[in-house]
Design a protein around this ligand. Sequence first.
Ligand code: NAP
Length: 201
Amino acid sequence: MKVIVIGATGTIGAEIVTALAGHEVITVSRSAGEYRADIQDKASLEKLFAAIGEVDAIVSAAGGGAFKPITELSDEDYAFSLGYKLMGQINVIRTGMKYVRPGGSITVTSGTLARVAMPAAAAIGMINAGLEGFVRSAALDLKGKVRLNVVSPPWVAETLSGMGQDPAGGQKAADVAKAYVKVITGTATGQIIDSQTGKAV
Ligand SMILES: NC(=O)c1ccc[n+]([C@@H]2O[C@H](COP(=O)([O-])OP(=O)(O)OC[C@H]3O[C@@H](n4cnc5c(N)ncnc54)[C@H](OP(=O)(O)O)[C@@H]3O)[C@@H](O)[C@H]2O)c1
């Protein structure tokens, strides 16, 4: 399979690339990888997909949002969060879908904060849940011609370590990556896959 991984240099993305060994993987991010593109810049995505041509799968493991309590979230924080992890990944779907071979897939990334409450995570919960809602219905519109799915990771162990926290509460990035491989190589569409169980939520 020919697979584009956006966010390929990240904690999760690098492990997705490793887990896809044996496939033709094209690595993308804003500052490294075989190609450069910014998910917040639709023109850069159009240029990326046109340059690469038809593929079997596109993965996005990029995006973020504002981690602040509601009492501190500004208009700019909301706009940033919506524009980055939510609309950025929807941009990947909207621009990438015409370059995916029939039955191929686009997989984007949310997170368990769509369903699990945590202080200072209101904006992140909003964009994760929004992305999941978008994919469930958009997948129906595409009728399986392009399969759309979301992988929902919990805190990643390496990320917790980087924040000086106990990694035991998180899932190793290499294990998170297995959920992407499962949806890319499977037949699922419109699913939100919990990377811890490997099952749809
Ligand atoms: N790590 C966690 O604990 C965790 C938990 C749940 C969900 N997630 C989600 O999983 C995804 C990946 O997280 P991560 O921890 O692996 O992130 P990360 O380590 O910060 O890596 C992000 C990757 O995406 C690229 N990237 C960032 N902004 C981009 C943009 N605008 N356009 C294109 N590429 C961009 C980065 O490279 P450049 O900076 O060079 O572009 C890098 O390759 C995110 O959506 C995150 O919210 C993470």
